[in-house]
Design a protein around this ligand. Structure first.
Ligand code: ATP
Ligand code: MG
Length: 510
């Protein structure tokens, strides 16, 4: 794999040191035109840092960057954009109070006669881009009103609109549905055919293998592998990533189930646009049980979780938490009654990035610890350290600021925070989003352990392997309805997919 004339950008011997922490150690990478280079590695391995250096967001402590064989210096994202380099960021960078079109054209507004912003022109161009991504979003919508997956599409539209020679996608699909991923892959294939160089970061290995032409693996800030994708398989990738073969998802611990802790009876949520987002859903979950909810994006899974969490006062039906009817309670009341919630949009709902890891972890549990222990700081710190180790959060110390954690490690802090409230019932929306294969096993082990201790767990996923591996019972949702509930041991993957698809067809026919 010698450096051919296809190489458009090269990093050579790049080291990045953040106040005492070495994020990248003498790394080199070639980015080729008309090809997809994928970048993979554990949470905190240095992937985002490496790409932020190419996008001008961070400057290397040591090392060189070459574009078309000439050394360049990038002191800002504007420098990089001027040279045709754009990036879709892992933590979305949009302004919520501006429209979709305003975000797409931010800081390079289309002007009429050089003065006034041509809003109509911007809207028209934005619409063309959004249509290409089949986003179903209007350019005049406010970004804060969009679901997180839609926001991700807006970021992608912005990066694509710059007509760049190099486009970096940092975990672009973490909140996208399977159908949206397919559209993105088609767009990437088009860009590739036009000669654009693509860098693609993801934790979904199947995605990487499918889309990548070249692969670079990072571990602890160093490159451990660099190959043509055709020459490698999943096993190789995992070995370069974690230095050993993948940990298995632990098998479930045999334990007795206890009393029913959560009951949903005819839970219903009207959609703002008419119809029902959640349609008369009923189920219950017992102490010690893991109930997995499978369904495609738009099936109403997240909305059902939000109803249970008390986010929708207008929802109908009845919900009982640990024996108490919570219909009239707000979210805080339900948390006090024993619910813990790990939301879909962790950045927005879960984390205070300017606070330390320790402060974030204890944020919701303060009252709890205070009443039991009359606030004993040493107990609190012990719990914090325990959470950091259980979830393998990669940080130099507990007082490390959350904003300086890698994306995946921020996700783990949100999970840890919910666990520290000692809930009776744990609601998890896509628990494995953004976390690497090793950490996923840690999160799953933690879920199993909690179930064995008698907590009732409800989790939502669009990953079939995950729902099969973790659940005691599986509920399948489609078009707002719970179309089937199955014992894990009495159902196959094919049954689950068929149930989900049949519900979809029936709704279309109606
Ligand atoms: N501003 C910062 N200050 C201090 N350390 C930082 C800062 N930004 C990143 N780091 C550290 O650099 C290391 C690499 O982080 P990076 O975000 O590049 O990881 P990543 O490979 O993208 O991980 P993930 O898969 O979780 O997104 C991490 O240990 C992180 O805590
Ligand atoms: Mg990252």
């Amino acid at each position: 794999m010698s450096a051919g004339e296809d190489v458009i950008l090269r990093l050579e011997g790049v080291t990045k040191v953040y106040s005492g922490m070495v994020a990248l150690k003498h790394v080199s990478i070639d980015i080729r035109k008309g090809a997809v280079t994928v970048l993979v590695g554990e949470n905190g391995a240095g992937k985002s840092t490496m790409m932020k250096i190419i996008a001008g967001v961070e400057q290397p402590t040591l090392g060189k960057i070459f574009l078309d064989g000439k050394e360049i210096r990038l002191s800002s994202p504007a420098d990089a954009e001027a040279l045709g380099i754009s990036m879709v960021f892992q933590e979305l960078n949009l302004l919520g109070n501006l429209s979709v079109a305003e975000n797409i054209f931010m800081s390079r507004e289309i002007r009429r006669g050089g003065i006034h912003i041509d809003h109509a022109g911007q809207d028209r161009q934005a619409l063309a881009l959004l249509d290409r991504l089949e986003a179903g979003i209007r350019p005049d919508m406010l970004v804060e009103d969009l679901m997180i997956g839609q926001q991700q599409l807006v970021e992608i539209a912005r990066a694509v609109s710059l007509n760049s020679r190099i486009i970096i996608f940092d975990e672009p699909t973490s909140a996208l549905s399977a159908a949206e991923v397919e559209v993105l892959f088609r767009v990437i294939a088009d860009l590739k055919a036009q000669g654009v160089a693509i860098v693609y970061i993801s934790h979904r290995l199947e995605e990487l293998i499918r889309i990548g032409d070249f692969i670079t693996v990072l571990r602890d800030g160093a490159v451990t592998g660099n190959e043509r994708m055709a020459n490698v398989d999943t096993k190789w990738i995992v070995r370069q990533m974690i230095g050993s073969d993948a940990k298995d998802f632990s098998k479930s611990v045999q334990h007795e189930l206890g009393a029913v802790l959560l009951t949903c009876k005819d839970v219903t949520l009207p959609r703002a646009t008419g119809g029902l987002a959640v349609d008369q859903v009923s189920f219950d979950v017992r102490a010690g049980e893991i109930f997995g909810i499978y369904g495609l994006m738009g099936a109403g899974r997240s909305e059902l979780m939000e109803c249970i969490a008390g986010r929708h006062p207008q929802a109908g039906g009845h919900i009982t938490v640990a024996g108490r009817l919570v219909d009239r309670m707000d979210t805080a009341g339900r948390i006090a009654a024993g619910l813990a919630i790990i939301p879909e949009d962790r950045q927005r709902d879960g984390l205070v990035t300017i606070l330390s890891i320790a402060a974030n972890l204890t944020l919701s549990s303060l009252k709890n610890l205070a009443s039991i222990f009359h606030i004993r700081p040493q107990d609190e710190m012990r719990e914090v350290k325990q959470a950091i180790s259980n979830l393998s959060i990669k940080a130099p110390h507990p007082e490390f600021e959350a904003s300086s954690l890698s994306g995946g490690n921020q996700q783990k802090v949100v999970i840890g925070k919910a666990l520290m409230t000692r809930p009776k019932i744990l609601l998890m929306d896509e628990p494995s989003r953004g976390i690497d294969v090793g950490a996923k096993a840690d999160v799953f082990r933690t879920m199993r352990k909690l179930a064995a201790e008698g907590i009732a767990i409800v989790f939502v996923t669009s990953d079939l392997d995950e729902v099969m591996a973790l659940s005691d019972r599986i509920g399948v949702m489609s078009n707002g309805k719970m179309v089937g509930i199955y014992e894990r041991n009495a159902v196959s993957e094919t049954d689950i997919v068929a149930a989900s698809a049949a519900g979809h067809k029936k709704a279309k026919a109606a």
